[in-house]
Ligand binder design. Structure first.
Ligand code: ZN
Length: 69
């Protein structure tokens, strides 16, 4: 079951969608910090956008914005 959920989340991210609510991340709030582009979804989940790979990655607490500086 866990594996299934993981696959669905990967699929959603590949499709540029939030793994929590399914909204398009392109419609989320974009915040730029240094070279990183962060996306804040309507549901307040945080993602980082890799402009080279053109993929979204979900941000956990370890990758919070306070890493900057
Ligand atoms: Zn969301």
């Amino acid at each position: 079951m866990k594996q299934l959920i993981k696959n669905i989340q990967d699929w959603l991210l590949e499709d540029g969608r939030c793994t929590g609510c399914g909204n398009a991340l392109a419609e989320g709030v974009k915040e730029r910090y240094g070279n990183e582009m962060y996306i804040i979804c309507n549901c307040l989940r945080l993602y980082v956008y890799d402009r080279q790979l053109k993929v979204f990655t979900k941000c956990d607490s370890e990758c919070s914005l306070r890493q900057e500086g």
